[in-house]
Design a binder for this molecule. Structure first.
Ligand code: OXD
Ligand code: MN
Length: 616
């Protein structure tokens, strides 16, 4: 089937002429076998699962152990976001900035048109209308993804709100982000399909001015589920800049103290630094409660009262599986107990999934993520380090009742953080918003497996947005500063945390996980003016006595070590920070360069400006 009239027949449910026209243009370029508009129904989800099982992409898991769930194994060449193949195609190179790959939009589109021509032959083109955020929320945004992958459709069902109610919101002339995705593997003649079709050539391209995404050649995660990183961060942050709001790589959690008072905290950490674990943390401090609203993305807008209100634009968790256990994150495991998709995990003989650290003892036999027999003696990991579970947020045992509130929730505190073995203390409070923006802009972390590339090297990852900022990061810093100077704004306090300090032998100094609630308690109480902090050169820190450590069994001196300000070490950070800022040239806001001068001056000033108590 290739005649436009036949494609048109499948589109009768769409009332939006602009959307119909775009789908027809794409169909005539990509030449799919057929076009199907997704309605978001359970029947459609089951149809996708059936198609994947038939194609050899998915294996249904044991219905008693893991109801309505599947295991999918990708091509070993398609396992993570591909940052080196990700482009921001703004009209001017400077608008993409030095931290993004750039290409001229017309040139890139010409190249992509060649790749997409006939790319969907033999496949179905799925039209996926989705809403980022609750469909009835004024803070939400609509997108439409055109994809030839049933895996994408099924994941989008979990990660976003899909279907007829989204088309209704769109009406006849609503705005939407256009996302075109193909695995880039046309089916020729009688040749059998691959269980994980993808192409050696991969392009993940964003056109911020026209709010478009073109993704070719990968079927995996953030490369292919276009609502997530591509729309909700790279395109949305440009919309947010233009419209005066914020699209951030942040979890949202609700923290309730023993008196029943609740606060909302948003937190930005680079990929695989424990955002999902923190979002669903089980506090060890008696009487405290953590509930989650989201684990990856926050959209924040000022409310009439001047506070920043956040929604989670997603409807599911796309969590890193290895390391997730009943000890590290029971709530994530329970969320993925059913109705979930597991990608690149290992399979147990009784038809369930397994990954490293899931259980204290390793199973005697497994099929690993590359479909090979595996035993603990195999001498290799059973799952890919970026193996994932896709699970519905509503199944999370600690989902906050207001997680889908159309108005969002008012944010009291913002946390930045990263994985730093040395130097960066357990927690630091910013002096004010501008200093907080400086802390965010200098975020740094040792890299992990969530993105292709070297693991363990240090990279600056401002606001954890380095791979996700769809415009010049210098302008993005300026936007943060502008938000802070909004008239009538009642701003959240900003903190910087580091759960990952190590001793010289590489042992973690701070136990992390549930014990992080001790830091959250201090953050909470700081917001209420109930906890002490001491001014230091780098910000306001608790002294050991200011943290609730009752019941915490730390080796003597450990707390002092993780709360120490190593002035010489920080002096060594000044030059790398200046170099980091210098890459943004004249787009770098002077106010942040002044922050580096301020830090340097405070470090040089000796103890005269440090050590003063900043009381409650
Ligand atoms: C993610 C990431 O997948 O940040 O959430 O890489
Ligand atoms: Mn993320």
């Amino acid at each position: 089937m290739t005649a436009t009239s036949e494609y048109t027949a499948g589109l009768s449910g769409i009332k939006h002429p602009g959307l119909v026209q775009w789908v027809l243009e794409v169909a005539s370029l990509c030449k799919p076998e057929r076009v199907q508009v997704c309605d978001g129904s359970p029947a459609e989800y089951n149809e996708m699962i059936r198609a994947m099982v038939q194609q050899g992409t998915a294996i249904p898991l044991n219905e008693e152990k893991r109801p309505n769930s599947i295991l999918v194994r990708s091509d070993p060449a398609d396992v993570a976001r591909v940052e080196d193949r990700t482009y921001i195609c703004s009209r001017q190179r400077e608008d993409a900035g030095p931290t993004n790959n750039w290409e001229d939009p017309e040139k890139m589109k010409a190249q992509l048109r060649d790749l997409f021509a006939g790319a969907m032959a033999g496949r179905t083109l799925y039209v996926i209308p989705y809403c980022m955020g609750p469909v009835e929320s004024p803070l939400s945004k609509v997108g439409v993804e055109l994809s030839d992958s049933p895996y994408v459709v099924a994941n989008m069902h979990i990660m976003t709100r899909v279907g007829a109610r989204v088309l209704e919101r769109l009406g006849v002339d609503g705005e939407f982000v256009r996302g075109l995705h193909s695995v880039g593997a046309p089916l020729e003649g009688e040749a059998a399909d691959s269980p994980w079709p993808n192409s050696k050539t991969k392009y993940i391209c964003h056109f911020p001015e026209t709010r478009e995404i073109w993704s070719f050649g990968s079927g995996y995660g953030g490369n292919a589920l276009l609502g997530k990183k591509c729309h909700a961060l790279r395109i949305a942050c440009v919309q947010a800049r233009d419209e005066g709001w914020m699209a951030e790589h942040m979890l949202i959690m609700k923290l309730t103290n023993p008196e029943g008072v609740a606060k909302y905290v948003a937190a930005a950490f680079p990929s695989a630094c424990g955002k999902t674990n923190l979002a669903m943390l089980v506090p060890t401090v008696p009487g405290w409660k953590v509930e989650t609203l989201g684990d990856d993305i926050a959209w924040m807008r000022f409310g009439a009262d001047g506070r920043l209100y956040a929604i989670n634009p997603e409807a599911g968790f796309f969590g890193v599986a290895p390391g997730t256990s009943m000890e590290s994150n029971p709530n994530a495991l329970l969320t993925a107990a059913s109705n979930s998709i597991f990608t690149n995990c290992a399979m147990t003989p009784d038809g369930d999934v397994w990954w490293e650290s899931m259980t204290a003892t390793k199973p005697a036999n497994l099929v690993d993520w590359k479909r090979r027999p595996w035993t603990p003696q195999s001498g290799r990991k059973a799952v890919h380090p970026n193996a994932r579970f896709t699970a519905p947020s509503r199944q999370c045992p600690v989902i906050a009742p207001e997680w889908e509130s159309p108005a969002g929730v008012p944010i009291d505190a913002i946390l930045f953080g990263g994985r730093r073995a040395k130097l960066v203390p357990l927690v630091t409070e910013a002096f004010d918003w501008q200093h907080g923006v400086f802390l965010g802009a200098t975020c740094s972390s040792e890299t992990t497996a969530a993105a292709a590339g070297a693991v363990g090297s240090l990279r600056r990852d401002p606001m954890a947005m380095l791979p996700f900022c769809g415009y010049n990061m210098g302008d993005y810093f300026a936007h943060w500063l502008k938000i802070g100077s909004t008239e009538g704004a009642v701003l959240p306090r900003i903190f910087y945390v580091n759960w990952f300090r190590q001793d010289d032998a590489g042992n973690f100094l701070w136990p992390g996980f549930g014990e992080n609630s001790r830091v959250l308690q201090w953050v909470f109480d700081r917001c209420d003016g109930k906890a002490n902090a001491t001014d230091t050169a780098i910000g306001r820190l608790p002294e050991p006595a200011d943290l609730n450590t009752s019941g915490l069994n730390l080796a003597p001196g450990t707390l002092e070590q993780v709360l120490a300000v190593d002035k010489a070490g920080w002096q060594g950070e000044i030059e790398p920070i200046r170099k980091h800022f210098a890459q943004f040239g004249d787009r770098m806001p002077a106010a942040l360069s002044a922050q580096v001068d301020g830090l340097e001056a405070r470090l040089k000033a000796g103890s005269c400006c440090c050590g003063s108590k900043h009381g409650k």
